[in-house]
Design a protein around this ligand. Structure first.
Ligand code: GLA
Length: 725
């Protein structure tokens, strides 16, 4: 129901939830503006909200422009904003300068006027530009978790409109002077980069057709020196698994904003009359300290009805054990060995289908290879199930090798923008799932295999970037947008058909990690690098978006296949513990002692997985440059598990204390070091190490901390803390 244009008075809506406020101004002269997103302002009044009005500088801005500190959710140049335009598009060079007027405002589907205050809620705003013949429908939500999310739908009311960009944004205040986001590469995703928030645009564009190994993931604006537990922090994330952009913009007049949206290729979205386009969700998380920003993402994910249970099954993935060398007898022996150490899910990786004896052939032919598996996968599946384990299988549904029956039969289903195919990567090309016959062929093949073997778990891979993502039959017209939606639809249809099926999002490691894919998958593969030294950092930063139970975290071989470093089992196992636990190691090559120790680690995970998979994640403060402290605390603060990883040989001869955060200040806690296997400290430990009588208050543990023992480099210690009484 929309109200006539003239009768919409200004509305000020103040939403508050979980320590976060969102103050939105809506009047009929333009698009909604966010006046405040951040700390909870407490109850406000109409007069109070008016008192937060912002001053604009008449000398440097146009009348009605966007003043510093208050930002329209879609930036509009006609208001005198000279930064990036939120909406770009035209009708053959016309209708490019748009100016929207709000026509209706609803909170939780009820019209609102004047000043309104509520808890978590959904604002729906309708705005039109009659001259440009365009309508916008905006959704601005404050969720229970305190997470904000925004989305826009643009409807074309005129002749064909070519859309170039539709991005949303939120303001950050002038004290946000630093930027933190991530870069990365294969085996080294989510490398943090931090720098000054200078005038201009910090633009992070992903054109790889997937989220990307180098994805920005969360772009933060920070108070100077903000840490995991101090300093205000604002972070945004675009929930989209195809081409996308994030940006942090700071103009000369003082406006600072964070935003993003889908990245559209030239001519990709031509809206016919009546057609509409909906942006991905832009998520925005605020908190004091980076942990608080992460917690809102974690809480949001954990509150979803389909979120995984905390009872995550311990997994064995065979990739680094056998690679493409599939020998049924060997794999059955591996399943037996896995069951002995307590594994609960067995995942058969790449190499089981078509002519897939190496990476050069077979992708696209999703039928079990009779050369290697003369009796199908049945003997293996039977052995796995006889141990009470679940069975999982690897697929790469969007990909094809030229050497495959599928590519030979349908060469026109391969993405290409010119008369020649794009460059190969890992000997493979991308299938165009937006072609209905292609979609249904892949869909039917997957359904047949999943149904035949009653597969519990699917590892869904995506090993190459898209290049020249075009539809051959349409002269190479770009199809990234359609491809992302088709991949989502394929996942959704499988989930609907097999409701108990769990799906892992993998893309050459952690190349498809975003909240769009996580709406329809149940964990991610963080990285192909399982060297624990690298994994400490990888888990730290992937955890900025995801809680532990969604991060696939495996114990690899003694010598890392990626880096060549060698580590004791205790460091590999203690590092992997803070995720969805698994093993990726040829257990036939392990010694009996190693297998015994591995079984102890798996038992430890099972003992603590309820805590790890639902607890509040805490990172730092670092006790020293070379010592990395992190942990999980139960929601009721009755227990916690902390780890201190010695990332290098310590500089000080006496190690520092570790301050244990997150506990109840008034309660007493007993400390217990967790000893498994080969962790040999080699030095005299502090007294509490062997003293089970000491009870220390949460307040003391947080402000004074516990004395750490001397640790050898590239080893972790674990401390389990339990409330007494
Ligand atoms: C990607 C994945 C690996 C493995 C291989 C199989 O690299 O990240 O875990 O599944 O593909 O080809």
């Amino acid at each position: 129901m929309s109200t006539p244009l003239e009768s919409v008075p200004a509305s000020v809506i103040h939403l508050r939830s979980a320590g976060c406020s969102l103050l939105v101004l809506v009047d009929r002269t333009g698009l909604p503006r966010v006046r405040h997103w951040g700390a909870d302002l407490g109850p406000q009044s109409a007069a109070g909200a008016a008192g937060l009005d912002v001053i604009s500088d008449p000398h440097s801005r146009l009348p009605g422009e966007m003043p510093a500190g208050e930002v329209a959710v879609i930036t509009d140049p006609t208001t005198g904003w000279f930064g990036r335009a939120g909406l770009k598009g035209s009708r053959h060079g016309r209708s490019w300068s748009t100016s929207f007027r709000t026509t209706s405002v609803e909170l939780n589907e009820h019209p609102v006027t004047g000043f309104t205050e509520a808890g978590a809620g959904t604002l729906g705003v309708e705005a039109v530009d009659e001259e440009a013949a365009l309508t916008l429908h905006l959704v601005i939500e404050l969720l229970e978790s305190g997470l904000v999310r925004l989305r826009a739908t643009l409807t074309n009311d005129g002749t064909e409109f070519e859309l170039g960009e539709l991005s949303l944004n939120v303001p950050v205040p002038s004290q946000a002077t630093e930027i933190l986001d991530f870069g990365g590469r294969w085996g080294m995703e989510r490398q943090a980069q931090r720098h000054e928030f200078t005038v201009g645009t910090h633009l992070r564009e992903g054109r790889r057709g997937r989220t990307g190994l180098d994805a920005a993931t969360v772009v933060h604006a920070l108070e100077p020196g903000a840490t995991f537990c101090t300093g205000e922090a604002w972070g945004i994330h675009v929930a989209w698994s195809g081409n996308h952009r994030h940006f942090a913009e700071h103009d000369s007049a003082g406006v600072r904003l964070l935003g993003g949206g889908e990245l559209l290729l030239p001519g990709e979205l031509r809206l016919a009359t009546g057609q509409c386009y909906t942006t991905p969700w832009l998520y925005a998380s605020y908190g004091v300290g980076l942990d608080a920003v992460a917690h809102r993402f974690h809480n949001y994910l954990r509150n979803r009805p389909h979120h995984v249970s905390s009872d995550r099954p311990v997994t064995l993935n065979v990739w680094e054990a056998v690679y493409f060398d599939h020998d049924p007898d060997r794999l059955i022996a591996l399943a037996d060995r896995a069951a002995e150490v307590g594994i609960e899910r067995f995942v058969l990786d790449d190499g089981w289908f078509g002519a897939r004896r190496d990476s050069r052939a077979g992708l696209g032919d999703w039928t079990v290879s009779p050369d290697v598996w003369p009796d199908g996968l049945h003997p293996l599946v039977k052995a796995v199930r006889s141990h009470g384990m679940q069975f999982g299988l690897w697929f790469e549904p969007e990909m094809v090798n030229l050497d495959s029956d599928l590519a030979r039969a349908h060469p026109d289903w391969i993405m290409a923008a010119r008369s020649v195919l794009p460059r190969e990567q890992r000997s493979q090309h991308v299938l165009n799932l937006s072609i209905p016959e292609c979609f249904s062929t892949v869909h039917d093949q997957l359904v047949a295999v999943i149904a035949e073997y009653e597969i519990d778990y699917l590892k869904w891979d995506h090993n190459r970037d898209h290049l020249e993502a075009g539809l051959q039959s349409a002269g190479g017209a770009p199809v990234e947008h359609a491809q992302t939606l088709a991949a989502y639809r394929l996942l959704d249809e499988l989930k609907e058909r097999f409701p108990a099926l769990e799906i892992e999002s993998c893309a050459a490691g952690g190349g498809r990690i975003d909240l769009g894919i996580l709406e329809r998958t149940d964990r991610v593969w963080v990285s192909d690098c399982i060297d624990p030294l690298e994994r400490q950092r990888l888990m730290r930063w992937t955890g900025q978006l995801l809680p532990p139970e969604l991060m696939g975290s495996h114990i690899g071989s003694p010598r890392s296949h990626t880096t060549g470093r060698t580590h004791d089992l205790s460091f590999r196992a203690a590092t992997a513990l803070f995720g969805h636990y698994g093993v990726e190691w040829d257990l036939d090559a392990a010694t009996p002692e190693q297998l015994r120790e591995l079984a102890d680690w798996i038992a430890l995970y099972k003992q603590h997985r309820g805590l790890i998979n639902r607890g509040t994640v805490l990172r730092g403060p670092d006790p020293a440059d070379d010592l990395w402290l992190h942990g999980v605390v139960a929601a009721d603060r009755s227990e916690a598990l902390y780890a201190v990883a010695a990332m290098a040989w310590g500089a000080a001869s006496t190690p520092p204390r570790a301050r244990l955060r997150g506990l109840d200040a008034t309660r007493g806690y007993r400390l217990e070091p967790v000893h498994i296997g080969d962790a040999d400290l080699g030095f005299a430990p502090p007294r509490w190490w062997d003293d089970r009588t000491a009870v220390v208050t949460g307040a003391a543990l947080e402000s004074v901390g516990v004395q750490l023992p001397n640790q050898p480099p590239e080893h972790s210690i674990l401390i389990h803390v339990t409330a007494v009484g």
